[in-house]
Design a protein around this ligand. Structure first.
Ligand code: OOG
Ligand code: MG
Length: 263
């Protein structure tokens, strides 16, 4: 079901994408459209994706969000969501990330997958994910909600591409059969001090569950995860606010270290 007309979907997509591109916060869209539903919210997100592709941007991955209790508790939203990653979101390990293009960035430590076979829901489970995984690697997401004071509800955040804005990846990649993803330890440091720590099990008990959930959510729209897709599974800890001058390093058991600074 959807409640919004195609015109309103297009208008809200433009509104939210402009907020991203101009780094200007806006009020959450459910204030004006309280009856909008999940389909409307994902329709807006897919329209933002279409707008970017039409301008020549490539989609270089997908992300799941709100998959750990730490994140759900921090945001007051208890349902996972997905988003897409556009080419210009990608930053190299060690990058200087320009905060003037962002509203109020926060960093999240995540475990990422790259697939080697398509995954199409419904009915995808962890064994399917293992079979379709090429390798896993560390990733740090920089989220930047377009909503004032980073306050939203699930439908507003879905429409806003689940706060996606930048990501850093690299480190070391490992085949999934060489590790227990649940016990991968993660230590996040900001300016040399430990600010958060967790393990892979924080994400739905096993980050592979997050990939399965993405396949099943996409399946509801008749979409799939193609082979060769980079997927971030969601923050293993609460997100940490950063500003110009901050340096962040995240150390992962067996998967190496990622660093970035904010300028
Ligand atoms: C929504 C996106 C959450 C994650 O890893 O949990 C997310 C938000 O908290 O703004 O990317
Ligand atoms: Mg995230």
């Amino acid at each position: 079901m959807s409640t919004l007309t195609p015109d309103v979907i297009a208008q809200l997509a433009e509104h939210l994408e402009n907020a991203e591109l101009q780094a200007q916060d806006v009020t959450k869209i459910t204030d004006d459209y309280p009856d909008m539903d999940f389909q409307d919210a994902y329709d807006i997100q897919w329209e933002i994706r279409r707008r970017k592709e039409q301008r020549g941007h490539r989609i270089v991955g997908m992300k799941m969000g709100l998959t750990s209790w730490a994140k759900m508790a921090q945001m007051g939203v208890e349902e996972p969501c997905y988003g897409f990653l556009a080419d210009y979101f990608s930053c190299a390990d060690g990058a200087a990330i320009d905060t003037s293009k962002l509203i109020h960035p926060k960093v999240e430590a995540e475990i990422a997958f790259v697939t080697k076979a398509p995954l199409k829901g419904p009915g995808i489970h962890v064994a399917d994910v293992y079979a379709a995984t090429d390798f896993v690697l560390p990733a740090v997401e920089i989220i930047d909600s377009r909503y004032r004071d980073f306050k939203f509800d699930i439908k507003s955040v879905v429409a806003d591409n689940s706060s996606s804005s930048r990501f850093v990846t690299g480190g070391r990649c490992l085949p999934v059969d060489h590790m227990d993803l649940r016990t991968v330890g993660v230590v996040m440091e900001k300016n040399g001090e430990i600010v958060e720590l967790s393990t892979g099990a924080a994400v739905l008990g096993n980050p592979a569950e997050s990939v399965a959930m993405l396949a099943n959510m996409l399946g509801e729209r008749g979409e799939e995860i193609p082979a060769g897709t980079f997927i971030m599974t969601g923050g293993v800890t609460a997100a940490v606010a950063v500003e110009a001058g901050d340096c962040v390093t995240v150390r992962y058991h067996d998967l190496g270290t990622l660093s970035m600074r904010f300028v």
